[in-house]
Design a protein around this ligand. Structure first.
Ligand SMILES: *[C@@H]1O[C@H](CO)[C@@H](O)[C@H](O)[C@H]1NC(C)=O
Length: 429
C-alpha cells in the first residue's frame, strides 16, 4: 500500500487516539478495582482463610510496610488485621456509649475455661452496658472466639495481634528453622538470634506475652477509630481476672477522686498489687504501687508511657509488668502510685501459667473450683468520697536498677516492639 505524507500523519493521529482511549479505559478500570478492594467487607472476612485477599492487602499496606520494618505477614495475619477494622458487635443493642464511659480492654490468649468465668463475671457488672469492651487476642483460637462472639451485654470490639508469634508457624515472630535454640552459640552454629543476658535464645511462646501487651496498648490508644478520641480511662483486665459486680461503678468513683485525693496517682486499680490480698477493709482509700490486676489510666499517662518505648523494648525481661516497674515508671521521676478501694473488685484466679495454653502437651486444666465470695457489699459501690488516703510509701518489689529476668534479648524482638510504638505515628515522624 502506498503511503504519502498526509496518510502517515492521519495514521499517527489515529494511533494516538487509540492509545488515549486505551489509557483512559485502563485508568477507569484501576479506579474501580481500587475502590472495590479498599472497602472492608464482613462476608469476605467470615469466609475462612483461603481466598485471594493477600494481593489486595499488599496494595493497601505496601505504603505502610515500606516505612515500617515489620515482619512479612502470612494470610492469617493479614486477614485478622483486616478484621480488626470491623465495627463493634452489638451496636443494634447498645447504639451509644454513655458519656465519660470507661472503656474496658480484655486481653486473652488461650484459656477458654478461664475466659468463660471472666465473661460471666463481666455480664453481672453494674454499668457494663454503658461502655465498649475491647477484646485483644494473642493468637486465633476457635473456642476463645466463640465465647467472645456470644457476649450480648455491651458493645464488643475484637482485635487480633497480627504479629503474634502464635500466628507464624515457621518464620519470625514465630520460630524460624534458622533460629538459634536455647543456649546455641550463634557464630558456631550459624543460626539467627541474639541471646539474652543469661545466654538463652528467644522462645516465641514466652516473648508473645510482652509483644501482645505492647501491641494492644499501642492499638487501643492510638490505632482504633473507636478509641483514638477517648481521653479518659481505659481499664485493662486479663482472661483470668474475675470482676466483681461493683467494679465499674467503683472505678468511676476512683477516676473522679484521683485528681482530688491523690495527685501522685497515675492510675486506679480494682485490686491490691499483692494478688493474694483481698484488701484491708479499712474506711480509707489506698495508694500503692500499680498492680497488674484491673488497672486503669487515661491518655495523659499513656502518652508518658509511650514516650518510654525505647526503655520498654530494650529491657531484657519478658514480663511486661516487671519491665514497667523496673524501667518505665522509675523514669517518670516521681513515685507512681495507683488509687484503689479497701475491698478488692477484681481477683486473679488463674493457676495455670500463660505459657501453658490449651492444646499443648502440658495442657493446663485445673478444676476451676473457684472460691470467690461475692458478698452483698461487693455488689454495690463501696467507696466513700469523704475517705482519706492511706499511702504505702516503701513497698517491696522491682525497682530501678533491676536488670530483668531475661527472655527478651533478641534484637528482632526489640525491633518489632519499637515498630509497634511507631506504627500509628508515621504521619508525625
Ligand atoms: C490523667 O491522669 C493524670 C494522672 O492522674 C492526671 O494528671 C491528668 O490530668 C489526667 N488527664 C486528663 C485528661 O484527665
Amino acid at each position: 500500500m502506498a503511503t504519502n505524507g498526509k496518510g502517515r500523519i492521519k495514521e499517527a493521529a489515529f494511533r494516538r487516539l487509540v492509545f488515549v482511549i486505551l489509557v483512559t479505559l485502563l485508568g477507569a478500570f484501576l479506579v474501580v478495582f481500587l475502590l472495590r478492594t479498599s472497602s472492608v467487607s464482613d462476608s469476605v472476612i467470615k469466609e475462612g482463610y483461603g481466598s485471594s485477599e493477600s494481593l489486595q492487602m499488599t496494595f493497601k499496606y505496601s505504603d505502610r510496610t515500606e516505612r515500617l520494618n515489620l515482619p512479612i505477614q502470612n494470610e492469617l495475619s493479614i486477614r485478622l488485621e483486616k478484621r480488626n477494622q470491623l465495627p463493634p458487635r452489638n451496636l443494634d443493642l447498645f447504639p451509644k456509649l454513655a458519656k465519660d464511659s470507661i472503656v474496658i480492654a480484655l486481653y486473652v490468649h488461650n484459656r477458654p475455661q478461664y475466659l468463660k468465668v471472666v465473661v460471666d463475671s463481666l455480664s453481672r457488672v453494674e454499668g457494663i452496658s454503658e461502655t465498649l469492651l475491647i477484646v485483644s487476642h494473642d493468637g486465633y483460637f476457635e473456642e476463645i472466639n466463640r465465647i467472645i462472639e456470644g457476649i450480648k451485654f455491651c458493645q464488643v470490639k475484637q482485635i487480633f495481634a497480627p504479629y503474634s508469634p502464635h500466628l507464624f508457624e515457621s518464620s519470625f515472630p514465630g520460630v524460624s528453622p534458622t533460629d538459634c535454640k536455647n543456649k546455641d552459640g550463634a557464630d558456631k552454629k550459624k543460626c539467627e538470634g541474639t541471646p539474652d543476658q543469661y545466654g538463652n535464645h528467644r522462645s516465641p511462646k514466652i516473648v508473645s506475652l510482652k509483644h501482645h501487651w505492647w501491641w494492644m496498648m499501642n492499638t487501643v490508644w492510638d490505632g482504633l477509630k473507636e478509641t483514638h478520641q477517648h481521653l479518659g480511662h481505659i481499664l485493662f483486665i486479663e482472661e483470668d481476672h474475675f470482676i466483681y459486680p461493683n467494679a465499674y461503678r467503683n472505678l468511676q468513683l476512683l477516676a473522679q477522686l484521683k485528681p482530688l485525693k491523690c495527685p501522685d496517682c497515675y492510675a486506679a486499680n480494682l485490686a491490691p498489687s499483692d494478688v493474694k490480698s483481698r484488701g484491708e477493709r479499712w474506711e480509707s482509700l489506698i495508694a500503692e504501687r500499680m498492680g497488674n490486676v484491673g488497672y486503669a489510666f487515661n491518655r495523659t499517662v499513656w502518652k508518658k508511657i509511650h514516650r518510654k518505648a525505647k526503655e520498654f523494648c530494650a529491657f531484657d525481661d519478658y514480663n511486661w509488668d516487671i519491665t514497667m516497674w523496673a524501667t518505665v515508671y522509675p523514669s517518670f521521676g516521681a513515685p507512681v502510685y495507683s488509687l484503689r478501694g479497701p475491698r478488692t473488685s477484681a481477683v486473679h484466679f488463674g493457676k495455670c501459667g500463660l505459657h501453658q495454653g490449651q492444646g499443648e502437651k502440658e495442657a493446663c486444666i485445673d478444676d476451676s473450683s473457684l472460691n470467690i465470695k461475692v458478698e452483698d457489699i461487693d455488689k454495690v459501690p463501696n467507696i466513700k468520697p469523704d475517705w482519706g488516703v492511706h499511702v504505702y510509701k516503701k513497698q517491696a518489689g522491682y525497682q530501678a536498677g533491676f536488670r530483668g529476668w531475661g527472655g527478651w534479648g533478641d534484637k528482632r524482638d526489640c525491633q518489632l516492639c519499637l515498630e509497634f510504638a511507631r506504627m500509628y505515628h508515621l504521619g508525625s515522624i
